[in-house]
Design a protein around this ligand. Sequence first.
Ligand SMILES: Cc1cc2nc3c(=O)[nH]c(=O)nc-3n(C[C@H](O)[C@H](O)[C@H](O)COP(=O)(O)O)c2cc1C
Length: 185
Amino acid sequence: MNNINVIALSGSLRKASYTTKLANAFIKAAPAGVSIELVDISLLPLINEDLETDLPEPVRMLREQVQAADAVLLATPEYNRSYTPALKNALDWASRPSGHNCWNGKPAAIVGCSPFTLGGFGAVHHLRQVLVYLNMPAMQQPEFYLQLIADKMNDKGEITDQSTREHIDKFWGAFVVWIRLVNAK
Ligand SMILES: Cc1cc2nc3c(=O)[nH]c(=O)nc-3n(C[C@H](O)[C@H](O)[C@H](O)COP(=O)(O)O)c2cc1C
């Protein structure tokens, strides 16, 4: 595998989302040899098996993007100690119809964040559980929980905190190794 194609999903649909800004910071910090784009999950209808006979266009697009990707970066805020319905909706759509799970075997990494102190810990761990069933090998270390995110980026979403920047680079280094390892099988 030469160039690695990664897709990033943000679990927040909010225009001023910290999570989307964090996903964009990861995109900006992507190492050489990695192409990465943010997938728009805001136009997906709410999951409904009735729609599976004629998949809506945003669902088709998502499925194509997932199928073409070598790996998936999932960024999530925490909603009531879990990840968000928007992210679950995207995961569910690309897992359907039954027997056509596009996520199957895709290496993944999860980053959690919060303007508060837990850094999205609950969200990340609920998400890990679902990735097990989707058969997505999720990188275990290093973990990424960014607490107090509002203090660590400027208005443009650039990370101003040096240790966070270093952790993003370290995370990317490990993720590239993980992607190559999983996809070599
Ligand atoms: C329904 C809901 C539940 C929330 N629950 C949590 C929570 O469990 N833990 C937490 O740290 N923040 C929680 N928050 C606050 C979010 O962390 C905060 O709104 C954050 O900015 C959302 O991410 P975003 O900026 O990417 O949209 C919750 C927000 C919403 C809307």
